[in-house]
Design a protein around this ligand. Structure first.
Ligand code: NAD
Length: 500
């Protein structure tokens, strides 16, 4: 059944610069629906001059007393209005994001819901963000307070636009800053929709700009501009390293949410059906285009053959189709060229000697011919040192490896430049605890996978990045900390005592 997508008559294609919607001054580009190659909308990229204007407007708006001195409960009220605006339009947002990214409507609806939840969580946290009276060591009162940074640059990838936009905009605004957001080249439309929702919610002009455009142009200006004081980046490790180097030059705080090659581990005592479902969801949902995809599977040798047979059987039964079909589990990839890069990774693994257990090609037939589809793919037969086990594919590709014992397993699982996530499937909670502590990763899921909570900090170690999103300290990561000392002594300072 093809679910009827909500009408998208009001697609906003103009950039949002300094409180006004207008076309970027750069080249016209098409945003493509990866399900069939059709043009969803044509929009103009912004230029470096557009970015400079947005930064100047952000600086003025962040410094304006009306925003800088706004009491937290009033700022929280605006965040709630934004959440209301998102919730009121979930069907339209989902339809737009499905057209732009290919994802299923179920997933894009959930991402919109998550974005609204982020604004609400941050609004609530803002109202409970107490400052500290610290313990004095003299005749004074000491305080630690937090102040806005100024202009925050947010740079996002294409895989979960509205959710990742909210995860930067909400805490940055709550911290009293202005935000200049650069969405990914392939998926700008839902970020422009969010800009409209923020404007309608009463966010003062200039506090948010959304600039579609190229990373090498807009992203580069945002990172290097002297008036940008904080960078919130999500994307690939290569780009992240470049961003971090530019941030270091001006001592700018940066959070970097980067790539992954996360291990999922199935022990011999795992509930097989639960583990099969979890492994499939971990790597094939979102068509594998997820930083936390559990793309390296380790299975205990004792159950390897039995587990893999069941996993392959279930994987081959996954329904591949357009994101608008309510039955679809594996939707098209974001772009035809990305599908081709995934296919190239698989070809490389096969050339290295991998055995193909299923998938390994695009599906065939009229439904698929024009779309960026790729079948869920499982490979085995290569060591963990192989390229396919070490590089992020960012597609529906799982590589399976047997393990012998705990020492062998930990060594293999941690043998990766990445450290984003890990999944453990076992009935033994002591073993789960041992492994959860031994794995070098920002998040470990035990007998579940790919679950999130706004209150639980998320981020990576090693080449998966630095800094954390979510949690009670989220807003503070978008603020400077300042110390205040209040002298309580009536007498002059003793050191200055003279005979004069
Ligand atoms: P990418 O690194 O190519 O691009 C990310 C963003 O950076 C885009 O907006 C791009 O235009 C911009 N950019 C490119 N060059 C830039 C430059 N020189 N200066 C500043 N900005 C620049 O990544 P992608 O292909 O869009 O996304 C996929 C990657 O994102 C994967 O590696 C994935 O793991 C990662 N990701 C990580 C997380 C996480 O939370 N850890 C979440 C989602 C995606």
């Amino acid at each position: 059944m093809i679910a009827s997508a909500a009408p998208m008559a009001t697609i906003e294609t103009r950039a949002f610069i300094a409180g006004t919607f207008r076309h970027g001054a750069g080249a016209a580009v098409d945003s493509i629906n990866p399900a069939d190659g059709s043009v969803v909308a044509t929009l103009h990229h912004c230029t470096a001059e557009d970015a400079q204007e947005a930064i100047a407007a952000g600086k003025a708006a962040a410094e304006a007393p009306a925003w800088r001195d706004m009491l937290p409960h009033n700022r929280a009220r605006i965040l709630h209005h934004i959440a209301d605006g998102i919730e009121a339009q979930i069907a339209e947002i989902a339809a737009l994001q499905t057209a732009d990214t290919g994802k299923t409507l179920a997933e894009t609806g959930a991402l919109a819901q998550s974005a609204s939840g982020t604004f609400r969580y941050v609004a609530a946290a803002l109202e409970t963000m107490d400052e500290a009276l610290t313990t004095p060591r003299g005749p004074y009162l000491t305080m630690s307070i937090h102040e806005p940074i100024g202009v925050v640059a947010a740079i996002n990838p294409w895989n979960s636009p509205i959710a990742s936009d909210a995860q930067k905009i909400a805490p940055a605004l709550a911290g009293g800053n202005a935000v200049v957001l650069k969405p990914a080249e392939w998926t700008p439309l839902v970020s422009l929709k969010l800009a409209q929702i923020c404007a309608d919610a009463g966010l003062p002009a200039g506090l948010l700009s959304v600039l579609p455009g190229r990373g090498s142009v807009i992203g580069d200006v945002l990172v290097r501009h002297p008036d940008v004081g904080r960078i919130a980046f999500t994307g690939g490790t290569v780009t992240g390293r470049r961003v971090a180097a530019a941030a270091a030059v001006k001592f700018m705080p940066a959070s970097l949410e980067l790539g992954g090659k996360s291990p999922t581990i199935v022990f011999e005592d795992a509930d097989i059906e639960q583990a099969v479902a979890g492994v499939m969801y971990g790597v094939f949902s979102s068509t594998g285009q997820s930083c936390i995809a559990g793309s390296r599977l380790f299975v205990a040798r004792a159950i390897y053959d039995r587990f893999m047979a069941r996993l392959v059987e279930c994987t081959q039964a996954l329904r591949v189709g357009p994101g608008t079909d309510a039955a679809t589990q594996v939707a098209p990839m974001v772009h035809h060229s990305h599908r081709d890069s995934v296919a190239a990774h698989v070809a490389g693994a096969l050339a290295d000697g991998a055995t193909l257990l299923c998938g390994g090609r695009a599906p065939e037939g009229p439904l698929y011919d024009k779309g960026a589809y790729y079948l869920p793919t499982i490979l085995e037969g290569l060591p963990n040192s192989a390229t396919i086990c070490q590089e992020e594919v960012f597609g529906p590709v799982l590589v399976a490896l047997p393990f012998e014992d705990e020492a062998d397993l930990i060594a293999q699982a941690n043998d990766s430049v990445f450290g984003l996530a890990c999944g453990l499937w076992t009935a033994d909670y002591r073993r789960a605890w041992r492994f959860a502590r031994a794995i070098k990763a920002g998040t470990v899921w035990i007998n579940t996978y790919k679950q999130f909570s706004s209150s639980t900090p998320f981020g990576g170690v090693k080449d998966s990045g630095m800094g954390r999103e979510k949690g009670r300290d989220w807003i503070r990561s978008y603020m400077h900390q300042k110390a205040l000392y209040w002298g309580m002594d009536e007498a002059p300072l003793a050191w200055a005592k003279t005979q004069a």
